[in-house]
Each structure stands twice: as C-alpha cells, then as structure tokens.
Design a protein around this ligand. Structure first.
Ligand code: SF4
Length: 478
C-alpha cells in the first residue's frame, strides 16, 4: 500500500492509520499515486486532509480542521488532524468499526493519565477523547479504569527502580512468537555460557542499584524455567546476592512443560512471590496447532503443583483469536481457569508479528474477524469480572486482530507492579540479558533514554564486555 505526504513528515502517524485498515501490508512512501491504493495525507494552515486513490482515481476524501483546545498543544493537535483525516478517508472506502477511534498508540491508558496529570477534569478528558479522538464508550471506561488503577501503583514506585533479566530459551518456538527465544533442542547446550555472561552483567550492574530501592524484579524471556534445577538455583542465588530485597519478585514459568516440583521449591526458596504459568488456551487442539508441545493436563498439574509448593500468586496468560478458537473454545478456557482461580490473568489478543512463524504461514490459518474478536474481548472482561478481577494494565500492539488490546486483570492487591511500570514509563528499568533494553527515565524532565543489548544468544555471549561497556557509557542516571 502506497502513501504520499505533503506539507508534513509524519510518516509514522500515517502508517499507523494504514495499519488499522490494511494489516500485514508493506507501506511504501511514493511521490504520486500509481496502481492499487494510495493515500495522500496533507497539512495546510487550517488543518489536514486525506485523499484515497484507487488506480490513480480518487475514491475518498476527508478534511479535518484544527480546533485549538485547552490541554491539547499545537503538535498534538496536528498529529490528531492528520490521524483523523486519514482514518475518515479510509473509513469511507472500507467500513471498519474503530472502538479505539483514531488512537493508534500502544499505551491508551497513558494518554488518559497524561491529560489527567496536566490538570484536566476526568469528565473533560472523556469528552475530548470521545469527540476529538472518537473513542467508543466501552473503551473509554476501560481506559479510565486502568488509568486510575495504574496511577495508584505508580505513586508508590516513585524514586525506586525495576530490574529485568531475560532468559531467552524455550522448549519450542510458539507459532505467534516474536520474542528473543531460542529452542532448547538447538541452544540448550549454550545455557551455561549464557549464564556465565549474565553473571558478569549482573555483578557489573549491581553497582547502579547500591543506593536504590528495588521495587520489582522480573525474570522473563523466553522461559526462565527452561534452565535446569542447578542453573535456576545459580541464577536466583546471584539475583539474591546482587539485587537484594525487591518489593516484588516475578519469574515467568510460562511453559508448564518446563516445571517440576524441584524448580518450584527453588523459586520458593529464593522468595519469588509471583510466577506465571501460561496455558494460552485450554483446548488441546489449539495447543497442538500453536506448537506448545504440552497438554492441557500438563498445565493443570503444573498449576496445582505450584499451589502445593506454596506459590500464592500465580498469573496465567491466555490469547484470544488463536486459530480455530471462537466463543465455545474461549468459554472452555475460562471455565477451566475459574476452577483454578489464579490471582491474575493477562488476556492477550493475537498479533501477527513480523518475526513469527504465524506471519510466514499466514495463508494456512483462518483468523477471526473484527466482530468475533470484539465479542471475545468483551466476554473475557465479563469472565474476569465474575472472578473478582479488575483491569490494571493494558497495551496495544501493531497488527493485533481487530486492533484490540492486551489487558492484565487481577484480584485485589495482586497487580504486577513491574507490568505497570514498564508500560507507563515512569521508572527506570535496569535490563540484563540477550535482547534486554535498559530504560532510563528522568522524572524531572520526562526524558527517556534506552540502552540495548544484542538479541542473539551467541552475540550476547561473545560480546558481553561490549554490553557492559554500553551500560557504563550509557547510564547517566537511574
Ligand atoms: S513461550 Fe513465549 S517466549 Fe517462548 S516461544 Fe512461546 S511465546 Fe515465545
């Protein structure tokens, strides 16, 4: 799909709108309309317009005038009119419900929070989002609730830091995965060398947190419990020694097939307070399709075993929109989860990510349409509410089915603080391991800087001194 820009250079904003309407396409900036569809987005003194051409012939047009509003500074208003005109022109051509209106960003609750913190009354924020961004009521109420819950959590995190440690190994690679994850069959023998490099980074980085309060530690990946018992103990021992006394401590034990009683005991011994055991679905046929290589029963036994070993906070992740899953299948998943009664559930909407097998094999799967996804997303909200949970964090990704959202639901006092902090970007997060990116947040100036580690396990191992040097040169504050 082609696009033309005139009078502005806001390519990302225009491409984000194109992605809402035409997912999984290549978006190419051109100088003039050619064969197929081309969107022209232009900015003039009064506002922004969009013209859609099909085989060089104009098929839709929309113009949006700027209308200065308190709290909406000029730059934001320009972004808005460009997004608005492009969305409306495309909507004339392709009728598509837009529950999030013209909001394309990944952090909808953050927008609500920003307006709130700039002094706007909640009612005025609702009106602004509804009228100028066309957000529908049910998404507005979700945004508002998440923003409120997040604000409470963020207040407690001021002046503290978070730590992320990545363990990029998994038993197999899931169909939809785009994370830094390496299958054990090929990379298992590199775990020892990986931990050697990680130990170097942990020891070096500990100097930055000596005078800090650690609010949260999150060991993710990959699947950290892909490490064997000895390796897991080695890692947790190092974390305890160099990053002591976090207020919250999470380890992703995502794949049930990596768990056993011994590992659950080790997690407990090192005071891990929250683990994630993720079924993604409780339908065996789907588990087979997505390449998880474990059964529904494996998940249920792992969950009960974790309870027996005293794990009081278990999170479960599920994904809506997996191939072949409609209401009946999602209902079955929730029925199972209700019986297990986890403390929190993260409900994802399937996203077709560039680096995933799903993207490569897209033609082999029939994915759900907008209407089904809308029903599934709303159904998940009802079910979690019935289980005594409320939404406490949320984010959107590119190429999500139906352009919906991922939402973390939890019971009272069971929110994962790390999830909120990483999403809302109010706290510095020191990140270690392959693919990890350290985020330095300056609360006084709202500046954010990032320091990236290399993604590949081999590069991480061989270039660990360089990763450490990147931190040494890049960390100006924490
Ligand atoms: S468990 Fe998570 S990180 Fe591992 S392959 Fe599956 S989606 Fe990727």
């Amino acid at each position: 799909m082609d696009y033309i820009l005139k009078g502005h250079e806001m390519s990302d904003d225009v491409v984000s709108v194109l992605m809402l309407f035409f997912q999984n396409e290549k978006y190419v900036r051109v100088e003039e309309a050619g064969e197929g569809l081309t969107l022209l987005s232009y900015l003039d003194e009064k506002g922004a317009g969009a013209r859609l051409y099909e085989n060089k012939k104009e098929v839709a047009f929309f113009y949006c005038e700027k209308s200065p509003t308190p709290f909406l500074e000029e730059k934001r208003e320009i972004k808005r009119v460009i997004g608005f005109s492009a969305s409306m022109a495309l909507k004339k051509y392709k009728s598509l419900p837009l529950p999030w209106g013209i909001l394309t960003g990944v952090r909808p609750a953050k927008i609500f929070t920003e307006f709130y913190e700039s002094g706007m009354a909640e009612e005025d924020i609702r009106t602004l989002l509804k009228e100028k961004y066309l957000v529908e009521d049910y998404k507005l109420s979700l945004m508002e609730e998440v923003s409120k819950n997040e604000r409470q959590i963020l207040k407690k995190g001021e002046g503290k830091v978070g730590i992320y440690i990545g363990i990029p190994f998994c038993p197999t690679r899931c169909l939809y995965c785009s994370f830094t994850s390496y299958p054990l069959s090929q990379y298992g023998k590199k775990k020892g060398a990986y931990l050697d490099a990680l130990e170097k980074e942990i020891v070096f980085s500990s100097k930055y947190i000596r005078d800090k309060n650690i609010e949260s530690i999150y060991i993710g990946g990959g699947t950290p419990t892909s490490l064997d018992e000895e390796e897991l103990e080695r890692l947790l021992y190092l974390v305890e020694k160099y990053f002591p006394s976090p207020e919250e401590y999470t380890v992703e034990a995502g794949r049930p097939d990596t768990l056993n009683r011994e590992k659950l005991k080790i997690l407990k011994k090192y005071n891990v307070g929250r683990i994630s055991v993720n079924p993604q679905t409780l339908n065996q046929k789907t588990l087979d399709t997505i390449g998880r290589k474990h059964t529904v029963e494996d998940f249920i036994s792992a969950f009960y075993m974790a309870r027996e070993e005293g794990h009081e906070h278990i999170n479960t992740d599920i994904i809506l929109g997996l191939p072949g899953e409609k209401e009946k299948e999602v209902e079955n998943t929730f029925k199972g989860l209700e019986k297990l009664s986890p403390e929190s559930i993260t409900v994802h909407t399937l996203a077709v990510k560039r680096a995933s097998r799903l993207k490569e094999q897209l033609d082999s799967f029939e994915l759900e349409d907008y209407r089904t996804m809308d029903r599934l997303v709303n159904y998940a909200r009802e079910c979690t509410e019935k289980m005594g949970m409320f939404p406490y964090y949320m984010y959107r990704q590119k190429n999500m089915l139906g352009n919906f959202e991922n939402v973390g639901y939890c019971k009272e006092n069971a929110a994962c603080v790390y999830n909120v902090e990483i999403m809302e970007e109010k706290q510095s997060i020191l990140a270690l391991g392959a693919g990890a990116s350290t985020k330095l947040v300056n609360r006084a100036t709202n500046e954010i800087e990032r320091i990236f580690n290399v993604k590949s396990v081999d590069d991480y191992i061989s270039r660990i001194d360089e990763m450490i040097k990147r931190k040494e040169e890049g960390i100006k504050w924490l």
